[in-house]
Ligand binder design. Structure first.
Ligand code: ATP
Ligand code: MG
Length: 675
């Protein structure tokens, strides 16, 4: 078998088609765990092995280092390691801009790590300035992702019907001053990287030609989460060419709140006429039981979904547990992790997921107490850790002393420095571990800069590349939010805090926001390969206050699906979920009918007779009229005009006791007055 054939041997027919199709652009649309990321990396490797594309001319937007790692492994086995350029939108934009700045001899602006550094002084201090700055930063990011400048902010929020944390005019003015202050200081923020690059590509034909010559084949993973600013960049990277391949799943669109638009994926052929679309239908990640739980939470709505076909054999039924407190929940997770830790089952085979960053606190405490090694993604930033800060300090010092030395040599020096520390204590091990990770990243960076690179450039690279990830490699349980778990997988997954207010999050009020919450839970549940444990707590401390909690409303359909696998179930989880949905819909309709009925379609003649009758009855028995029959109940009767007891029973407010007592009389009144 040739190299190229080997790349196809462990794919199904559809996947093979997606890898080998020569139609461009192409979109690969499929559910979680169907092999989209695998197909994307395989396609690059296969096209390279077949000589259709030169790997040096590939630009791949991937969101996880794992995907990037898989890509370089595949290419490595073909002998073209490190040839492909891959990274996140921001990381790639930074690389291209740096080269441009360098080529033009322009000063390289520093990268602003946090908007609050500029916003806090503009907001004028005060005890809650941190939170206020974060709110305003959120609005600025919202605007920038939609290509909205300060002068257009007010109109944009009005058009979007967006609730803003303070008056829109005020935010527009802060946004404007933020931009001015940023250029005064000569710094750029993350969002600017995308604008700046797009502007340069649009206005500088020569630059665009160089970039397009270099990057001829574009690949984008997780395309459902692309926002207008990123889509603009993709278009500009492409120019008038068609060599684009994207993969995504609109059921996993979870960044609508930041401006992402799954429409680019769903209507791909509209954006790129003549594009090919391949759909994958089998799931290779999760057991049928995990998949059933996950599918049970997807919005039932308009599109008739065909769930992915599981290919894995049956596994354990996911568990659902309620705990008295968040502490109990965390301790129970810690115990379960300890019990599962055996030879052949590393800590890193498990992950604990939650909706908001703040929820990690009790979990971290419990894992620490139980001696379970863990790593929190996206929280304590890698660059802020003392061991990393010390190493970077050392790197800067060495680069200052010997500026002529290539970065490569400095990285080697850094390894020696870490070794010199000697000793076997925790701090030394920590230092070595972090320096190892830094040096690995240093080599990635040098490759990205094509052998060049400086210590300062390296730090800027780290800031963009590591926005969300932890590059250390010790065996540890991962703790992360649902959002950060996208694209990843573990044999065992704990999904915690399944409570109203968290899942769905309290501020999700519109149908669109609620649908996004469901998809987010779908993302979380589909991370599990074998074991899935769901839990919630009846009391939780959030923001320093202990609160009573209720189970997430999404748990009912999950439990219905899981019951189908239990001793009394028939395995038909889809039927069970459908029945549960129908029950909920009926309950909602009934509740709606109760409210909407009052006076709505009631026959006024019948209603008048019934009200009069109730008045007489109330006087005779000495109780208020509403106690005998609620207005809404009489209105319901006057609308439905029932002709028998069964029809009476179906109406709101009419149970067996009332029907026994007043049924015949009511039926007679209705018959007489509506005749
Ligand atoms: P997500 O939507 O969560 O990003 P995905 O569609 O990108 O998922 P992958 O991560 O590519 O899915 O694949 C899920 C898992 O299934 C991976 O472990 C992958 O290696 C495996 N896999 C994919 N296709 C096959 C196959 N044909 N045979 C065996 N394993 C496969
Ligand atoms: Mg993927």
């Amino acid at each position: 078998m040739g190299d190229a054939d080997k790349l196809l041997s462990d794919l199904n027919d559809r996947q093979r088609e997606a890898v080998t199709t020569l139609t461009t652009p192409t979109a690969i649309l499929a559910g979680a765990g169907s092999g989209k990321t695998r197909v994307l990396t395989r396609r690059i490797a296969w096209l390279a092995a077949e000589g259709v594309i030169g790997p040096r001319h590939v630009l791949a937007v991937t969101f996880t280092r794992k995907a990037a790692g898989e890509l370089s492994d595949r290419l490595g086995s073909l002998g073209v390691r490190r040839a492909v350029t891959s990274g996140t939108f921001h990381g790639l934009a930074l690389g291209q801009l740096r080269r441009r700045w360098r080529d033009r001899g322009e000063a390289v602006p520093a990268l602003l790590e946090r908007k609050s550094k500029i916003l806090a002084p503009l907001l004028g201090g005060g005890p809650s300035v941190g939170a206020e700055a974060a709110e305003v930063a959120g609005e600025i990011e919202w605007a920038k992702a939609r290509l909205v400048a300060p002068c257009g902010y007010e109109a944009a929020v009005t058009a979007a019907g967006r609730a803003t944390p303070r008056p829109a005019g005020e935010i527009a003015s802060l946004y404007d001053r933020y931009e001015t202050e940023k250029s005064r200081r000569g710094v750029v923020d993350f969002d600017d990287l995308l604008w700046r690059l797009a502007d340069a590509l649009e206005n500088d034909a020569e630059f665009a030609a160089v970039i397009r010559w270099r990057h001829r084949h574009l690949f984008v993973d997780e395309f459902q989460d692309v926002n207008p600013a990123q889509f603009r960049l993709i278009r500009l990277w492409l120019g008038d060419r068609r060599d684009l391949c994207v993969v995504g799943d609109d059921d996993q669109a979870v960044y609508g709140f930041t401006g992402a638009d799954a429409g680019y994926l769903v209507h791909f052929a509209r954006h790129f006429p003549g594009a090919g679309v391949v759909r994958l239908e089998e799931n290779y990640r999760s057991t049928p039981q995990v998949l059933a739980a996950a599918h049970a939470v997807l919005p039932g709505g308009s599109r008739q979904r065909k769930p992915l076909r599981p290919t894995l054999p049956d596994g354990p039924i996911p568990t659902v547990a309620a705990y008295a407190s968040d502490r109990d929940e965390a301790e129970s997770v810690a115990r379960a992790l300890q019990a599962a830790h055996q030879p052949g089952a590393p800590w890193s085979g498990s992950a604990v997921l939650y909706r908001t960053n703040a929820q990690s606190a009790p979990l971290e405490a419990a894992l620490r107490a139980a001696g379970v090694p863990y790593r929190v993604r996206g929280a304590a930033r890698f660059l802020d850790r003392p061991a990393v800060a010390a190493a970077l300090e050392e790197l800067r010092r060495a680069a200052g002393v010997a500026p002529g030395l290539p970065l490569n040599a400095h990285l080697a020096g850094l390894l020696e420095w870490a070794e010199e520390a000697g000793g076997g204590d925790q701090a030394t091990r920590d230092r070595r571990e972090h320096v190892d990770a830094l040096v690995r990243l240093g080599h990635d960076y040098i490759a990205a800069e094509e052998g060049d690179g400086t210590a300062a450039g390296f730090v800027a690279y780290l800031v963009t590349v590591l926005a969300e990830e932890d590059p250390t490699r010790t065996d540890a349980v991962e703790l992360l939010t649902f959002h950060k778990a996208k694209g990843l997988e573990w044999p065992t997954v704990f999904v915690t805090g399944l409570e109203r207010g968290l899942v769905p999050i309290a501020y999700a009020e519109t149908p669109a926001a609620l649908a996004e919450e469901r998809r987010l839970l779908y993302v979380a549940l589909t991370r599990a390969e074998q074991e899935l444990h769901l839990s919630w707590a009846q009391r939780r401390t959030l923001g320093g206050r202990e609160m009573t909690r209720q189970a997430s409303p999404y748990l009912t359909s999950i439990e219905a699906a899981l019951a189908a696998f239990g001793p009394d179930g028939d395995g038909d989880w889809q039927a069970a979920v459908a029945a549960e949905r129908a029950r909920l819909a009926r309950a909602r309709a009934a509740a709606g009918r109760d409210r909407a009925m009052v006076g709505a379609a009631a026959d006024p003649r019948v209603l008048a007779v019934l009200v009069e009758w109730r008045k007489t009855l109330a006087r005779a028995s000495g109780v208020p009229a509403q106690v005998i029959f609620h207005d809404a109940t009489l209105a319901a009767v006057a609308e439905a005009k029932p002709t028998d007891r069964a029809a009476l029973m179906a109406l709101p407010g009419l149970g067996p006791i009332k029907v026994e007592r007043y049924g015949d009389e009511l039926l007679a009144l209705v018959a007489r007055s509506s005749a």
